[in-house]
Design a protein around this ligand. Structure first.
Ligand code: C2E
Ligand code: MG
Ligand code: MG
Ligand code: MG
Length: 291
């Protein structure tokens, strides 16, 4: 229509702004409904130790089971929730789901491995986020260290002044933070040293080209940097055994990716956890009998 009937350019901008506003409103409404209807769930992707490949814990990844749309990726709705301000409510729900899951596993298995939730830096803009997170951990009576968080490198760096003291407070309470998608942001060594983090997760884009020569050099140097700062270094998005072996040889201390385990439904993750916990017991009699 704009082409057939050329008018002043503001008409075009006005129309597109209306469309953007409308889309925002629709997103806001459907997210609000979804939050109310309980359409979000967490999947749990394993993290394993480099070398032994033993299960170390899980990363919680949110999914929206949207009626009529199937499973919606967080890459689509997390940015929308950030734009509409609903990331606070979504974030609170994710904390509730993860802490409840940890409580359930503890009740069933007596022990648990850490679960890391992904956190948007916008959640730290609400001063109630950290106290509420700590309150949720306390309410579920979770062991120290069982809940962890992940924040992307670019997000942490972009909000370093607000984020740092809150990460420090979390660390003191045993909630460790990983720097996610490392290698895609612009963090300086100074910033890295200032952030109270316990691990860096090397982005899939750094891992995918392994064992190619230049990519290997970058991963080796990044691992050396991480080790010198006393950090765990996690290879993300490991899809092949070749990549896994290269990441291990270059100094990654943990591995994650489809090759080691896809994001799992709660039930399957619980089975994996139960297997890992019973394997850790020395008594063979503790193994459950076949039904
Ligand atoms: P992320 O935290 O870096 O998570 C890794 C993403 O890569 C996940 O996508 C995961 O399913 C996918 N992945 C894992 N292994 C492989 C692999 O071997 N190959 C490939 N191609 N992909 C792999 P997902 O679940 O779609 O999440 C995308 C991003 O959305 C996450 O990146 C994270 O930044 C964000 N996100 C996920 N869950 C949450 C959440 O609960 N809250 C917030 N704020 N953000 C979340
Ligand atoms: Mg993550
Ligand atoms: Mg990542
Ligand atoms: Mg990512």
């Amino acid at each position: 229509r704009a082409k057939a009937e050329p008018g002043p350019s503001y008409a075009f901008f006005e129309a597109s702004m209306n469309q953007a506003a409308q889309e925002r409103m629709l997103a806001e409404q459907s997210l609000a409904k979804a939050l109310e209807a309980g359409e979000f769930e967490l999947l749990y992707q394993p993290k394993v130790r480099a070398g032994s490949r033993e299960l170390l814990g899980f990363e919680a990844l949110v999914r929206w089971q949207r009626p009529g749309h199937g499973q919606v990726s967080p890459a689509e709705f997390v940015p929308a929730a950030e734009r509409t301000g609903q990331i606070q409510a979504l974030g609170a729900l994710i904390v509730a789901l993860a802490t409840r899951q940890l409580r359930d596993w503890l009740d069933r298995f007596g022990e648990v491995l850490p679960v890391a939730i992904n956190v948007s830096p916008l959640q730290f803009e609400d001063a109630r986020f950290v106290p509420r997170l700590l309150a949720a951990i306390e309410a579920m009576d979770l062991p120290r260290g069982s809940l962890q968080i992940e924040m992307t490198e670019s997000a942490a760096i972009g909000h370093i002044e607000e984020v740092r003291p809150q990460l420090e407070r979390l660390r003191q309470a045993g909630v460790l933070c990983a720097l996610d998608d490392f290698g895609t942001g612009q963090s300086s060594l100074t910033m890295l040293r200032q952030l109270p983090i316990y691990s860096m997760k090397l982005d899939r884009s750094m891992i995918a080209p392994l064992p190619q020569h230049e990519a290997s050099a970058v991963v080796r140097a990044t691992c050396a940097l991480g080790h010198s700062l006393g950090l765990e270094v996690v290879a993300e998005g490991v899809e092949t055994e070749e990549q896994a072996l290269a990441a291990e040889a270059l100094g990654c201390t943990q591995l994650q990716g489809y090759h080691l385990g896809r994001p799992l439904q709660s039930t399957q993750a619980g089975e994996l956890l139960a297997g890992r916990l019973s394997a850790a017991l020395s008594a063979p009699s503790s193994r459950p009998d076949a039904p």
